[in-house]
Write a protein that binds this ligand. Structure first.
Ligand code: ADP
Ligand code: MG
Length: 730
């Protein structure tokens, strides 16, 4: 075994950066060249069908058959012209990755002649044999069909691989009976609800607003590891994380990696990966080293949320593919290494109108600032009222390891506003009165609201420890896990926002009906929200232990594990919101809850099996062999007649090793017993709880013994690449 580790280490010595050639001098020359975007569509499609696609996208209405035929024909011409031989509906089932099933454009016509064809119906809908995708009991085997349906709001694209090209059509995925089985459909439904709720609010301020949509910019953190070392670590290959590994002498304590210079091989990977992303229209803008060794981050320019989520899914897929060309593997796991930072995915979220106004960006006048404050305060209120649901939206086995650990937000939901915005809210709280305000009071308040833009410009306090922070013109949800489909958290955020804005309108309208002036009515309702959502605001260090205590005294939840966090997803309140907004039906909510629990169980089960396998079949044999070596050493020393002191040390080592060996065996056996018990539990929730409470605790105790052995055993005999080898890229 040890041989694989050393071969891998030797191979690294011979690695050189792969040469990367860009298809053009400037990105603008090839950006989006593999995307059937608006421009391309307008070139390949006549004006009438083009306009009807565009208006259908705007209004969310269906595209009629005739237009679909024309679009399909133009897509085929474009895609085959670029060398694509196949097409696929590209969708996001609840497995967490993307799915595709390729069909050839090639067909035989009635005369048996080979032709290239792509019909409108093939564009609009497919029926993948998808009975093996997670469905939470929705899909009985006798009705295993599912449908994928074209989402014209996300443009089709061509995926290139070394041996061919495929036209990918973004689609939603639903069951035969109409329930959604993917991430995209609820995202689109939530956006619809958000639009319906936000437009009337905007109309208090600006009658020209007819559409509101969410925008999203996703900062993606990841680790890179040499592929040889990765393959020599079955735990990395099977679970995406290391289950064992003693901390290296040098970790991230010198803080020399963050924003440090990027190693050559990594740089080549990044350039290559960016080129591939640009071709697919993913507007990557930044790249840099992260805090932990071998940890990096990339971020695109923000986009409309549906596209941003699609692009992030595509990007994760692309990263892995391109990395392999450079002899790297990408680790998207939330916590690949113990004792070192985990990875997250900051979701920078805002709302935008058809008139181009960012609703979370202060304006130039008191009136536009009141609009800004309205959306700002409603967001705080929505997150406050649904904090547990927000927590549930980021729950996963991987994120459980990260939340509350090194440089990661805790499992407590709180909101950071910055001192200036906090004091504006305080001012509204004290100055807005329940009774009619005097003209002086109003002027005073208006003056202060009018000051917001300049205040925000010199807002320099940038809190990095809050799970949900206001960063000048957007909120940043930072607790999202690095491997997550952002749709999970964004569906929740958009939906609770829709629900909140609806309530806001009802309250404001009720006051207006009582002859309160509009601005004053708005301010009064905002004031009541500021007061009732106060406890979620926190400006201090979110990583500190004091915060955990304070949060508890404020009555904020701190739900540390996924099986319990997910309860909020099926609470009465959540169900009402989801059903009321039309985002999920009750059956869909129940099914999703079940799928999330099942996924949790599967992940932990795989980790547990892998851990047992590594401990019993890799670590213990290595330890016993080395122990035998020590035993012969003792015997040898004894035989040549040396006195006892000379072989005291090997004897002590043998004893210490025996202790670890027997503990490992005992703990693994006990863990397997607990796993067996858990497997017998039928229902998803108690099963997940059993895995969480009874199986997971063994991971750390077994690991402790293994990591001790790593320190004792001859380096040349150790089978697994060590942290110091995995973490520092040469
Ligand atoms: P940071 O200082 O946190 O690194 P940046 O200002 O570079 O943040 O932005 C991070 C992300 O936020 C980028 O993807 C950026 O495009 C995105 N972003 C900026 N404005 C908005 C907005 N209005 N809506 C959504 N995302 C935005
Ligand atoms: Mg950020």
């Amino acid at each position: 075994m040890a041989i694989i580790r050393f071969k891998a280490l030797e191979n690294i010595m011979h690695r050189t950066p792969v040469k990367v050639v860009a298809p053009g001098n400037n990105v603008s020359e090839y950006f989006g060249s593999n995307v059937f975007d608006k421009d391309t569509m307008s070139k390949f499609l006549s004006k009438e069908p083009y306009n009807s696609v565009m208006s259908a996208v705007e209004s969310g209405q269906q595209i009629d058959r005739k237009v679909a035929e024309q679009v399909a024909a133009s897509m085929k011409t474009w895609a085959t012209g670029k060398g694509a031989s196949h097409y696929t509906h590209w969708f996001q089932p609840l497995t967490g990755s993307t799915a595709e099933k390729h069909d050839a454009f090639f067909d035989l016509n009635d005369n048996g002649k080979a032709i290239e064809t792509f019909s409108g119906s093939a564009l609009v809908q497919q029926e993948p044999d998808a009975s093996s995708f997670p469905n939470g009991g929705i899909r009985n085997t006798f009705e295993a069909r599912g449908y994928t349906a074209w989402d014209p709001s996300s443009p089709a694209f061509i995926m290139e691989s070394s041996s061919g090209k495929t036209l990918c059509i973004p689609t939603i995925f639903v069951s035969y009976t109409g329930e959604t089985l993917d991430y995209k459909a609820p995202l689109l439904k939530g956006l619809h609800a958000l639009n319906e709720a936000a437009v009337p609010v905007c109309q208090y301020f600006d009658k020209n607003v007819t559409r509101v949509f969410a925008t999203l910019g996703i900062e993606q953190e990841y680790f890179l590891v040499d592929s040889g070392l990765y393959n020599a670590r079955p735990d990395l290959a099977m679970t995406g994380k290391t289950l064992f590994g003693h901390s290296p002498a040098k970790g991230q304590q010198l803080e020399d990696h963050y924003f440090g210079s990027i190693p050559e091989r990594v740089y080549a990977f990044m350039v290559d990966f960016e080129i591939e992303s640009f071709k697919l229209g993913i507007p990557l803008k930044t790249r840099h080293n992260e805090v932990a060794p071998s940890q990096f981050e990339c971020a695109p320019v923000f986009e409309e949320i549906n596209l941003a989520v699609d692009h992030n899914q595509l990007l994760m897929d692309l990263m892995g593919k391109v990395a392999r060309r450079h002899n790297f593997e990408v680790l998207l796991h939330e916590k690949p290494y113990a004792g070192i930072n985990g990875s997250g995915k900051h979701n920078n979220w805002s709302l935008c109108t058809n008139t181009g106004k960012n609703l979370l960006s202060p304006g130039k006048t008191p009136k536009t600032n009141l609009q800004f404050l309205t959306f700002f305060v409603n967001t705080i209120k929505a997150v406050h009222d649904n904090a547990d649901l927000m927590r549930a939206s980021i729950a996963s086995a991987g994120n459980d390891h990260r939340l509350g650990a090194n440089e990661a937000p805790p499992a407590i939901m709180s909101i950071f506003l910055g001192s200036q915005m906090s004091s504006i809210l305080d001012e509204i709280e004290t100055k807005v009165t329940k009774e009619k305000m005097t003209p002086e009071q109003k002027t005073d308040l208006k003056l202060n609201i009018g000051k917001i833009p300049e205040i925000l410009l010199d807002n320099t306090d940038r809190n990095r420890t809050s799970p949900f922070a206001f960063t000048g013109n957007k909120f940043e949800f930072r607790a999202v896990g690095s491997s997550a489909n952002c749709s999970s958290s964004m569906v929740v955020l958009n939906t609770i926002m829709a629900d909140q804005l609806k309530k806001f309108c009802v309250e404001v309208d009720a006051l207006i009906a009582k002859d309160v002036k509009k601005d004053e009515a708005i301010l009064r309702v905002l004031r009541s929200y500021i007061v009732s959502s106060k406890k979620i605001r926190f400006e201090g260090n979110g990583y500190g232990d004091e915060w955990v205590k304070e949060a508890e005294s404020r009555g904020l939840s701190n739900i540390k594990t996924t099986p319990l966090a997910l309860d909020a997803f099926v609470s009465k309140k959540t169900k009402e919101i989801f059903i009321e907004t039309g985002v999920y039906t009750e059956r869909e909510i129940e099914a999703r809850h079940e799928i999330l629990l099942e996924t949790y169980v599967k992940k932990i089960q795989i980790e547990s099996r892998m851990l047992g396998d590594l401990a019993l079949n890799h670590i213990l044999p290595t330890a016993i062999k080395y122990q035998n070596l020590l035993i012969s050493n003792v015997e040898g020393l004894k035989n040549i007649g040396l006195e006892k002191e000379t072989y005291n040390t090997p004897i002590l080592m043998i004893k210490e090793m025996s202790e670890h060996i027997s503990q490992i065996k005992k703990l693994v056996d006990a863990m397997i017993e607990e796993r067996k018990k858990a497997n017998k539990i039928e229902h998803a929730k108690p099963k997940a709880v059993a895995y969480c409470d009874k199986v997971v605790p063994f991971f750390e105790s077994i690991r402790n013994h293994v990591d001790k052995l790593e320190l004792m055993i001859d380096d040349e005999a150790w089978p697994l690449p060590k942290y110091r080898e995995l973490l520092f890229i040469k």
